[in-house]
Design a protein around this ligand. Structure first.
Ligand SMILES: [Zn+2]
Length: 445
């Protein structure tokens, strides 16, 4: 379509117009392509593990997306998977799109993209491989569709990096064993196995996922309420406030409304990211208004206090030993910094995990969205603080190269590849389309 439009521009014969529109069109399509990648990166940074662009040729249904997300998040692995439209290539390859996505997300982990009908995946760690798993998943499940391929890929990565058996690939249930007694017994056994067991696991799984959502909701409600108490009584029409302060107070109130609405819309634990991200914005605006009103220097955009993100933006990195963890530098608010300097232990934010109260950074992977909304936009600057924590392993998958702790202290993914770069990427074409230029190793549906 772009080519056709460019052609009509040629036919118009207006040379200057043609040159102008060619630039505009190229710019427009590149912008759209990078918009798709940026939107995916934003969602993935915010705690979603699998993202599907609605305009993608192989876009996932929301049910499939939910189940893949639940599966991926349960692995605790840093999985980043995006299903994108073919236009995201913007003249490049699917590998280019995957690389751009990795760059935009900026975290180490296992990346997979489906661009148009091409599936490509691999890890950012040259010492680890997932490309062959992508190829295997594709080979085993391509006949069952994209959701089956991605689900198989996630199961295989879980097996390789966590040691959880992936089980056999799904196969077509073969019939023909009826008519004999053995066949009948086999049928009954199958009935028991294929209906009884899955029902048991489905019910158990549903209970567990309901419990996980309820736990995250409780934490979210507490955080929204705490911010609500903070902004209660603020008045943007107060003539004593400077105009800029009034605007910042308004932005804080807007962020509060946004957080409240997003909390009400929450349908899965990952949705918590939108809430905590809005709360982080709100507390920052409030800190700005406060600084302006009291003639203090404007605050820097820094991560929320690590001890309890409800304390608002941190003011410094402070050396501290979180309960149960080795000492490290963590971002802290002024009050917590004072506590630590005086030898007192600041009160840490605890959340429910399977009924127990634990520091939020040690809670299960269903808190990935909760922590992600607060901290993922601060990128690798947070990875040092989160070394050895559950939150760190689901958000970053281990320490970054800039950390002062040696690599072997974490089982997660290391830094970006050094000279070798990128590792071994596999996957295969989903085939179809008009591309006849290559025909290597079966990949067509
Ligand atoms: Zn604090």
């Amino acid at each position: 379509m772009i080519a056709r439009r460019a052609l009509s521009a040629v036919l118009l014969g207006a040379i200057t117009l043609m040159a102008g529109s060619a630039v505009a069109l190229a710019g427009g399509s590149a912008a759209r392509a990078s918009d798709a990648v940026d939107a995916a990166a934003l969602a993935l940074r915010g705690g979603v593990a699998v993202y599907s662009d609605p305009s993608a040729e192989m876009a996932l249904s929301s049910d499939d997306l939910d189940s893949l997300n639940a599966q991926a998040i349960a692995t605790n692995l840093p999985l980043f998977i995006a299903v994108l439209p073919d236009s995201a290539k913007a003249g490049g390859s699917a590998e280019d799109v995957r690389d751009r996505l990795q760059e935009a997300v900026g975290m180490n982990g296992i990346y997979g993209v489906v661009v148009g009908k091409q599936f490509r995946a691999g890890t950012t760690d040259p010492g680890k491989q997932a490309g062959d798993l992508a190829t295997q998943a594709f080979r085993e499940e391509k006949a069952n569709g994209l959701t089956a391929v991605l689900s198989r890929f996630i199961a295989l990565t879980d097996e390789r990096f966590n040691g959880n058996p992936a089980g056999p690939a799904s196969s077509d249930a073969g019939g023909g064993l009826f008519g004999t007694l053995i066949g009948l017994m086999f049928g009954l056994l199958c009935l028991l196995i294929f209906i009884g067991l899955p029902a048991f696991f489905i019910i158990r799984g549903m209970r567990a996922s309901k419990r996980r959502l309820a736990e995250v909701r409780t934490a979210i409600d507490e955080d929204v309420t705490a911010f609500g108490e903070r902004v209660a009584g603020l008045d943007t029409s107060n003539p004593a406030l400077p105009a800029e302060s009034r605007q910042e107070v308004q932005q804080a109130l807007d962020a509060y409304d946004h957080a409240k609405m997003a909390a009400m819309r929450m349908r899965s634990p990952q949705d918590a990211a939108e809430v905590t991200s809005a709360l982080d914005d709100g507390r920052y605006f409030l800190a700005c208004a406060d600084a302006r009103e009291h003639g203090k220097p404007m605050p820097q955009r820094r991560p929320p206090c690590f001890v309890d993100p409800r304390h608002g933006p941190s003011v410094a990195d402070v050396s501290w030993q979180p309960p149960g963890l080795p000492a490290r530098d963590v971002p802290m608010c002024a009050a917590c910094q004072t506590d630590v300097a005086a030898g007192r232990n600041p009160l840490v934010r605890e959340v429910q995990d399977s009924g127990r109260m634990v520091p939020y950074w040690q809670a299960g992977s269903h808190y990935r969205g909760y922590g992600g909304g607060y901290y993922s936009t601060f990128g690798d600057s947070m990875s040092g603080a989160l070394i050895g924590t559950s939150l760190g392993s689901v958000m970053w998958g281990g320490p970054s190269s800039s950390s002062t702790v040696t690599q072997h202290e974490s089982s997660g993914f290391g830094s970006w590849g050094s000279s070798g770069g990128g590792g071994d990427f596999g996957g295969s074409d989903f085939g179809g389309g008009g591309d006849s230029s290559s025909d290597s190793g079966g990949g067509d549906f």
